[in-house]
Design a binder for this molecule. Structure first.
Ligand SMILES: Cc1cc2nc3c(=O)[nH]c(=O)nc-3n(C[C@H](O)[C@H](O)[C@H](O)COP(=O)(O)O)c2cc1C
Length: 309
């Protein structure tokens, strides 16, 4: 059988298929369930300096081809997520912290705390679209550069950045130039497409309440954009930064497409919300079957092997 094991920033992952930050990963019991599942890692909810209730409900809706959400970063506060890795060690898989500052000066405080914790990798979320009054930092290249400058040299644990989707080659190049200035081991592409609007024609209302219905779009709607982001950053960054693809992974075929585009691993968000814990082992097995059929010894073997047409 082909191997789906992968190494990211020197850390071994038993599978390259694992959960995305956000869905069902807020509390310790939820994180334990992910630990006991087929997920190749345990990614924790993006956390902030203080606990947050998040936005008013309804704030998540399933859609025919994905999801829309405006959760507003409900989380228990970073000190809890610094403690959880001790309880999660028994599952024998990497634990990834995700953090989101409310202001630039929060970022070094959170990163320093996680550098001292038992997490294996740290994902810095520069792309949350759903906090009222806060822009997606990743769309401001100077602000992103300034924040990453505050994180240089804070510790040895691998640092990654969760990026928003970009839609213009100039923007890919601007962000790639920022990333090259800092010690970034991996990027996670992409967060949901921010500020989409889904309307229920019967009720004549939006399907979620916060921000007048504007929210982040995930699932199948996102996959072509996510694949483009993985591919473009793979072209621009080469081997110096590893890439975790996320956006519309429901099947082994989806995962294989991300690997061909240049991803080392994939995360699963909406499909995990909709299917539950079984999705990880299923997608992993489907990916193994495709790799076998195609004659690849491992997912790593197929990385970036997208052919020209
Ligand atoms: C309910 C929900 C909550 C989310 N919360 C976070 C979060 O806290 N941090 C983050 O980086 N991304 C968050 N995301 C975005 C996902 O991690 C992922 O990037 C996005 O949903 C695209 O993947 P998908 O198509 O598999 O859903 C959230 C997504 C959903 C659906």
């Amino acid at each position: 059988m082909a191997s789906t094991q992968v190494t990211i920033a020197g850390i071994h992952f038993p599978s390259c298929v694992f959960n995305a930050s956000g869905p069902r990963d807020v509390t310790l019991p939820e994180l334990r369930e992910i630990g006991a599942s087929g997920s190749g890692a345990i990614v924790m909810k993006s956390c902030t300096p203080e606990p947050r209730d998040g936005n008013e409900e309804p704030r998540y809706a399933d859609l025919p081809l994905g999801s829309i959400n405006s959760m507003g970063l409900p989380n228990l506060g970073y000190t809890q997520y610094c403690e959880f890795p001790k309880d999660l060690a028994e599952y024998g898989k990497p634990v990834i912290a995700s953090l989101a500052g409310m202001q630039p000066s929060d970022f070094p405080v959170l990163v320093e705390a996680f550098q001292k914790s038992d997490v294996d990798l740290i994902e810095v979320n520069l792309s949350c679209p759903n906090v009222k009054g806060k822009p997606q930092i990743g769309y401001d290249f100077e602000a992103s550069d300034a924040i990453l400058s505050l994180l240089d040299g804070l510790g040895d644990k691998p640092l990654g950045v969760k990026l928003p989707p970009y839609f213009d080659f100039v923007h890919f190049e601007s962000m790639a130039a920022v990333l090259k200035k800092h010690k970034i081991a991996f990027i996670t592409c992409v967060n949901s497409i921010g500020n989409a609007l889904v309307i229920d024609a019967e009720t004549e209302r939006p399907v979620i309440r916060p921000k007048g219905g504007f929210g982040g779009l995930g699932g199948q709607y996102l996959k072509p954009t996510a694949l483009a982001n993985v591919r473009k950053f793979h072209e621009l960054l080469g081997d110096r930064v590893q890439i975790i693809g996320v956006g519309g992974v429901y099947t082994g075929t989806d995962a294989f497409e991300f690997v061909l585009a240049g991803a080392d691993a994939v995360q699963v968000g909406t499909a995990f919300m909709q299917e539950g814990l079984g999705c990880f082992a299923r997608i992993d097995q489907e990916l193994q079957a495709i790799l076998d059929r195609k004659g690849y010894a491992s997912a790593a073997d197929a990385k970036g092997k997208l052919k020209a047409l």
